[in-house]
Write a protein that binds this ligand. Sequence first.
Ligand code: ASN
Length: 320
Amino acid sequence: MTQQECIPLPKPLDQLTAQEIERKAAIGKIMTYTLQSLTNTYVNKGFEWLLPVALSQSTDPLWPDPGASIEKRIEVDIYGKPVRTTASMIVHKLVGCSTVYEKLFIVSPNIRIEKSERAKTGKHIYEFTQLDFEIQHATSKDVFALVEEAICTLIKGLKADRKAELAILGRSDLKVPKAPFKILDRADLEAKYGADWEAAMIKEITEPVWITNIPREFYDFEDFATGRWDNYDLFMPQYGEVLSGARREYEYSKIYEKMEREQVRKENYSIILKMAKDGRLKPTAGAGIGMERIVGYITGVSHIGECQPFPRVPGNVQEL
Ligand code: ASN
Protein backbone atom coordinates (compact mmCIF):
# COMPACT_ATOMS: atom_id res chain seq x y z
CA MET A 1 0.00 0.00 0.00
CA THR A 2 1.31 3.47 -0.80
CA GLN A 3 1.40 6.11 1.90
CA GLN A 4 -1.58 7.87 0.32
CA GLU A 5 -3.73 4.77 0.49
CA CYS A 6 -3.38 4.51 4.28
CA ILE A 7 -4.34 8.06 5.21
CA PRO A 8 -6.69 7.70 8.18
CA LEU A 9 -9.99 9.37 7.31
CA PRO A 10 -11.32 12.05 9.66
CA LYS A 11 -13.98 10.78 12.06
CA PRO A 12 -17.32 12.35 13.00
CA LEU A 13 -17.28 14.31 16.30
CA ASP A 14 -19.27 11.72 18.27
CA GLN A 15 -16.71 8.98 17.48
CA LEU A 16 -13.55 10.78 18.65
CA THR A 17 -11.42 9.40 21.53
CA ALA A 18 -10.32 11.74 24.36
CA GLN A 19 -6.94 12.24 22.67
CA GLU A 20 -8.57 12.94 19.31
CA ILE A 21 -10.88 15.49 20.96
CA GLU A 22 -7.80 17.33 22.27
CA ARG A 23 -6.34 17.45 18.73
CA LYS A 24 -9.65 18.47 17.17
CA ALA A 25 -10.04 21.27 19.74
CA ALA A 26 -6.49 22.51 19.00
CA ILE A 27 -7.25 22.53 15.25
CA GLY A 28 -10.48 24.44 16.01
CA LYS A 29 -8.54 27.10 17.89
CA ILE A 30 -6.06 27.43 15.03
CA MET A 31 -8.96 27.75 12.53
CA THR A 32 -10.57 30.50 14.65
CA TYR A 33 -7.26 32.36 14.91
CA THR A 34 -6.67 31.98 11.16
CA LEU A 35 -10.13 33.32 10.26
CA GLN A 36 -9.67 36.25 12.63
CA SER A 37 -6.15 37.10 11.46
CA LEU A 38 -6.86 36.86 7.72
CA THR A 39 -10.18 38.72 7.84
CA ASN A 40 -8.54 41.44 10.03
CA THR A 41 -5.86 41.95 7.39
CA TYR A 42 -8.48 42.43 4.66
CA VAL A 43 -10.84 44.61 6.73
CA ASN A 44 -7.93 46.79 7.91
CA LYS A 45 -6.94 47.36 4.28
CA GLY A 46 -10.40 48.67 3.43
CA PHE A 47 -11.98 45.56 1.89
CA GLU A 48 -15.76 45.11 2.16
CA TRP A 49 -16.80 41.79 3.68
CA LEU A 50 -19.67 40.38 1.61
CA LEU A 51 -22.00 37.61 2.70
CA PRO A 52 -21.94 34.42 0.60
CA VAL A 53 -24.72 32.92 -1.52
CA ALA A 54 -25.47 29.22 -1.89
CA LEU A 55 -27.72 29.09 -4.99
CA SER A 56 -27.35 31.04 -8.26
CA GLN A 57 -28.09 30.63 -11.91
CA SER A 58 -24.46 31.43 -12.61
CA THR A 59 -21.52 29.81 -10.86
CA ASP A 60 -17.91 28.89 -11.62
CA PRO A 61 -17.75 26.56 -14.68
CA LEU A 62 -14.56 24.96 -13.22
CA TRP A 63 -13.73 24.21 -16.80
CA PRO A 64 -11.29 23.83 -18.42
CA ASP A 65 -9.21 23.27 -15.31
CA PRO A 66 -6.46 20.65 -15.28
CA GLY A 67 -6.98 20.21 -11.52
CA ALA A 68 -10.75 19.68 -11.52
CA SER A 69 -12.37 16.29 -10.93
CA ILE A 70 -16.05 16.99 -10.54
CA GLU A 71 -18.29 13.92 -10.47
CA LYS A 72 -21.62 15.72 -10.38
CA ARG A 73 -22.96 19.26 -10.71
CA ILE A 74 -25.90 20.11 -8.49
CA GLU A 75 -28.73 21.86 -10.25
CA VAL A 76 -32.23 22.34 -8.83
CA ASP A 77 -35.30 24.31 -9.81
CA ILE A 78 -36.55 27.07 -7.54
CA TYR A 79 -39.44 29.33 -8.48
CA GLY A 80 -39.41 27.72 -11.90
CA LYS A 81 -35.79 28.58 -12.59
CA PRO A 82 -32.70 26.35 -12.58
CA VAL A 83 -30.06 27.26 -9.99
CA ARG A 84 -26.72 25.70 -9.14
CA THR A 85 -24.94 25.32 -5.81
CA THR A 86 -21.94 27.64 -5.51
CA ALA A 87 -18.77 26.12 -6.98
CA SER A 88 -16.98 29.42 -6.36
CA MET A 89 -18.20 33.01 -6.22
CA ILE A 90 -15.93 34.13 -9.07
CA VAL A 91 -18.82 35.52 -11.16
CA HIS A 92 -20.27 37.38 -8.14
CA LYS A 93 -16.78 38.74 -7.39
CA LEU A 94 -16.31 40.09 -10.92
CA VAL A 95 -19.72 41.78 -10.96
CA GLY A 96 -19.45 43.08 -7.37
CA CYS A 97 -15.93 44.41 -7.84
CA SER A 98 -16.83 46.14 -11.15
CA THR A 99 -19.85 47.93 -9.66
CA VAL A 100 -20.16 48.71 -5.94
CA TYR A 101 -17.25 47.15 -4.04
CA GLU A 102 -13.77 48.16 -5.26
CA LYS A 103 -12.10 45.76 -2.83
CA LEU A 104 -14.13 42.85 -1.54
CA PHE A 105 -13.86 39.48 0.10
CA ILE A 106 -16.27 36.68 0.98
CA VAL A 107 -15.80 33.70 3.28
CA SER A 108 -17.60 31.45 0.90
CA PRO A 109 -18.67 27.79 1.04
CA ASN A 110 -17.93 26.03 -2.24
CA ILE A 111 -19.53 22.73 -3.21
CA ARG A 112 -17.53 20.54 -5.55
CA ILE A 113 -18.58 16.91 -5.63
CA GLU A 114 -15.12 15.46 -6.19
CA LYS A 115 -14.67 11.88 -7.37
CA SER A 116 -14.57 9.40 -4.44
CA GLU A 117 -10.98 8.38 -5.17
CA ARG A 118 -9.91 11.88 -4.19
CA ALA A 119 -10.53 10.94 -0.53
CA LYS A 120 -7.00 9.50 -0.70
CA THR A 121 -5.24 12.72 -1.59
CA GLY A 122 -5.88 14.17 1.85
CA LYS A 123 -6.28 17.54 0.11
CA HIS A 124 -9.80 17.35 -1.32
CA ILE A 125 -13.19 17.73 0.36
CA TYR A 126 -16.57 18.03 -1.33
CA GLU A 127 -17.53 21.20 0.54
CA PHE A 128 -14.83 23.67 1.44
CA THR A 129 -14.57 27.31 2.39
CA GLN A 130 -12.47 29.88 0.64
CA LEU A 131 -11.59 33.40 1.59
CA ASP A 132 -12.28 34.73 -1.88
CA PHE A 133 -11.17 38.31 -2.67
CA GLU A 134 -11.06 40.68 -5.63
CA ILE A 135 -9.49 44.12 -6.19
CA GLN A 136 -10.32 46.65 -8.91
CA HIS A 137 -7.40 47.78 -11.13
CA ALA A 138 -4.96 45.47 -9.34
CA THR A 139 -2.04 43.52 -10.81
CA SER A 140 -0.76 40.07 -9.93
CA LYS A 141 2.10 41.73 -8.05
CA ASP A 142 -0.43 43.61 -5.87
CA VAL A 143 -2.11 40.30 -5.02
CA PHE A 144 1.25 38.64 -4.25
CA ALA A 145 2.24 41.42 -1.82
CA LEU A 146 -1.13 41.37 -0.05
CA VAL A 147 -1.23 37.58 0.36
CA GLU A 148 2.40 37.42 1.50
CA GLU A 149 1.67 39.99 4.20
CA ALA A 150 -1.54 38.19 5.25
CA ILE A 151 0.17 34.79 5.52
CA CYS A 152 3.34 35.99 7.24
CA THR A 153 1.26 38.00 9.78
CA LEU A 154 -0.90 34.93 10.41
CA ILE A 155 1.96 32.49 11.00
CA LYS A 156 3.93 34.97 13.12
CA GLY A 157 0.80 35.55 15.23
CA LEU A 158 0.11 31.84 15.64
CA LYS A 159 3.68 31.17 16.78
CA ALA A 160 3.31 33.87 19.43
CA ASP A 161 -0.32 33.34 20.51
CA ARG A 162 -1.11 29.66 19.85
CA LYS A 163 2.05 27.90 21.11
CA ALA A 164 0.13 25.32 23.18
CA GLU A 165 -2.07 24.26 20.25
CA LEU A 166 0.89 24.04 17.85
CA ALA A 167 2.69 21.86 20.45
CA ILE A 168 -0.33 19.50 20.78
CA LEU A 169 -0.28 19.13 16.98
CA GLY A 170 3.51 18.59 16.84
CA ARG A 171 3.92 21.81 14.83
CA SER A 172 6.12 23.91 17.12
CA ASP A 173 8.67 23.96 14.30
CA LEU A 174 6.29 25.81 11.91
CA LYS A 175 8.37 28.43 10.08
CA VAL A 176 7.37 32.04 9.39
CA PRO A 177 7.90 32.29 5.60
CA LYS A 178 10.25 34.86 4.08
CA ALA A 179 8.53 37.34 1.73
CA PRO A 180 8.67 38.01 -1.16
CA PHE A 181 7.99 34.45 -2.27
CA LYS A 182 9.68 33.10 -5.41
CA ILE A 183 7.70 33.14 -8.67
CA LEU A 184 8.05 30.13 -10.98
CA ASP A 185 6.52 29.46 -14.38
CA ARG A 186 4.41 26.31 -14.83
CA ALA A 187 5.86 25.78 -18.33
CA ASP A 188 9.42 25.70 -16.94
CA LEU A 189 8.38 23.24 -14.21
CA GLU A 190 6.68 21.01 -16.77
CA ALA A 191 9.84 21.05 -18.89
CA LYS A 192 11.96 20.18 -15.84
CA TYR A 193 9.77 17.61 -14.06
CA GLY A 194 7.20 16.49 -16.64
CA ALA A 195 3.43 16.22 -16.14
CA ASP A 196 3.74 15.43 -12.41
CA TRP A 197 5.60 18.70 -11.72
CA GLU A 198 3.45 19.60 -8.72
CA ALA A 199 4.45 16.64 -6.57
CA ALA A 200 8.13 16.94 -7.51
CA MET A 201 8.27 20.71 -6.93
CA ILE A 202 6.51 20.57 -3.53
CA LYS A 203 9.17 18.16 -2.24
CA GLU A 204 12.03 20.44 -3.30
CA ILE A 205 10.87 23.83 -2.07
CA THR A 206 11.58 25.06 1.46
CA GLU A 207 9.60 28.32 1.21
CA PRO A 208 6.18 29.09 -0.32
CA VAL A 209 6.26 29.69 -4.10
CA TRP A 210 3.96 31.30 -6.64
CA ILE A 211 3.35 29.30 -9.80
CA THR A 212 2.15 31.37 -12.74
CA ASN A 213 0.97 30.73 -16.30
CA ILE A 214 -1.55 27.94 -15.79
CA PRO A 215 -4.05 27.39 -18.66
CA ARG A 216 -7.59 27.33 -17.17
CA GLU A 217 -11.03 29.04 -17.02
CA PHE A 218 -12.12 31.93 -19.28
CA TYR A 219 -12.01 34.52 -16.51
CA ASP A 220 -8.22 34.26 -15.95
CA PHE A 221 -6.19 36.62 -18.15
CA GLU A 222 -4.51 35.09 -21.19
CA ASP A 223 -2.19 37.08 -23.44
CA PHE A 224 -3.35 36.00 -26.89
CA ALA A 225 -0.10 37.22 -28.49
CA THR A 226 2.22 35.09 -26.34
CA GLY A 227 -0.17 32.42 -25.01
CA ARG A 228 0.95 33.25 -21.45
CA TRP A 229 -1.62 33.29 -18.63
CA ASP A 230 -1.40 36.00 -15.96
CA ASN A 231 -2.66 33.78 -13.15
CA TYR A 232 -1.17 32.03 -10.15
CA ASP A 233 -1.37 29.35 -7.48
CA LEU A 234 0.41 29.51 -4.14
CA PHE A 235 2.16 26.32 -3.02
CA MET A 236 3.45 25.62 0.51
CA PRO A 237 6.60 23.51 0.97
CA GLN A 238 6.12 19.74 1.53
CA TYR A 239 2.38 20.34 1.21
CA GLY A 240 0.76 21.79 -1.90
CA GLU A 241 -1.64 24.41 -3.19
CA VAL A 242 -3.45 26.71 -0.76
CA LEU A 243 -4.61 29.53 -3.09
CA SER A 244 -5.47 30.16 -6.70
CA GLY A 245 -6.31 33.34 -8.54
CA ALA A 246 -5.57 35.63 -11.45
CA ARG A 247 -5.68 38.97 -13.12
CA ARG A 248 -8.99 38.85 -14.98
CA GLU A 249 -10.25 39.14 -18.49
CA TYR A 250 -12.58 42.14 -18.96
CA GLU A 251 -12.69 42.66 -22.75
CA TYR A 252 -15.81 41.36 -24.44
CA SER A 253 -14.14 39.94 -27.56
CA LYS A 254 -11.62 37.90 -25.57
CA ILE A 255 -14.20 36.55 -23.12
CA TYR A 256 -16.52 35.64 -26.00
CA GLU A 257 -13.74 33.92 -27.92
CA LYS A 258 -12.63 31.91 -24.90
CA MET A 259 -16.20 30.82 -24.12
CA GLU A 260 -16.58 29.65 -27.73
CA ARG A 261 -13.23 27.87 -27.66
CA GLU A 262 -14.03 26.10 -24.38
CA GLN A 263 -17.71 25.52 -25.17
CA VAL A 264 -18.80 27.21 -21.97
CA ARG A 265 -22.58 27.77 -21.89
CA LYS A 266 -22.82 31.49 -22.62
CA GLU A 267 -26.38 31.70 -21.34
CA ASN A 268 -25.04 31.06 -17.82
CA TYR A 269 -22.74 34.08 -18.03
CA SER A 270 -24.97 36.67 -19.68
CA ILE A 271 -24.31 39.35 -17.01
CA ILE A 272 -20.55 39.05 -17.53
CA LEU A 273 -20.95 39.19 -21.32
CA LYS A 274 -23.37 42.13 -21.18
CA MET A 275 -21.24 44.13 -18.76
CA ALA A 276 -18.11 43.44 -20.82
CA LYS A 277 -19.89 44.47 -24.01
CA ASP A 278 -21.02 47.73 -22.39
CA GLY A 279 -17.47 48.38 -21.10
CA ARG A 280 -18.68 48.03 -17.51
CA LEU A 281 -16.58 45.00 -16.53
CA LYS A 282 -13.48 46.46 -14.84
CA PRO A 283 -9.96 45.07 -14.89
CA THR A 284 -9.54 43.32 -11.54
CA ALA A 285 -7.33 40.72 -9.90
CA GLY A 286 -7.98 38.42 -6.99
CA ALA A 287 -7.73 34.94 -5.55
CA GLY A 288 -9.22 32.52 -3.07
CA ILE A 289 -7.43 31.09 -0.04
CA GLY A 290 -8.70 27.60 0.81
CA MET A 291 -9.35 27.79 4.55
CA GLU A 292 -9.12 24.06 5.22
CA ARG A 293 -6.00 23.86 3.01
CA ILE A 294 -4.13 26.67 4.81
CA VAL A 295 -5.15 25.38 8.24
CA GLY A 296 -4.24 21.87 7.06
CA TYR A 297 -0.75 23.13 6.26
CA ILE A 298 -0.40 24.91 9.61
CA THR A 299 -1.70 22.00 11.70
CA GLY A 300 0.03 19.23 9.70
CA VAL A 301 -3.09 17.02 9.55
CA SER A 302 -2.99 14.03 7.22
CA HIS A 303 -6.45 14.85 5.77
CA ILE A 304 -7.83 18.39 5.49
CA GLY A 305 -11.28 17.05 6.49
CA GLU A 306 -9.77 17.06 10.01
CA CYS A 307 -9.92 20.86 9.85
CA GLN A 308 -13.70 20.70 9.43
CA PRO A 309 -15.98 20.10 12.41
CA PHE A 310 -18.18 18.03 10.08
CA PRO A 311 -15.76 16.45 7.56
CA ARG A 312 -16.69 16.44 3.87
CA VAL A 313 -14.52 13.56 2.63
CA PRO A 314 -15.19 12.62 -1.03
CA GLY A 315 -17.30 9.46 -1.17
CA ASN A 316 -18.19 9.63 2.55
CA VAL A 317 -21.58 11.03 3.46
CA GLN A 318 -22.22 11.21 7.23
CA GLU A 319 -25.36 12.06 9.19
CA LEU A 320 -23.90 15.54 9.99
N1 ASN B 1 -11.24 31.69 -6.18
C1 ASN B 1 -10.65 31.47 -7.47
C2 ASN B 1 -10.20 32.79 -8.05
O1 ASN B 1 -10.35 33.82 -7.43
C3 ASN B 1 -11.60 30.79 -8.41
C4 ASN B 1 -11.91 29.37 -8.00
O2 ASN B 1 -12.02 29.02 -6.84
N2 ASN B 1 -12.09 28.49 -8.97
O3 ASN B 1 -9.67 32.78 -9.16
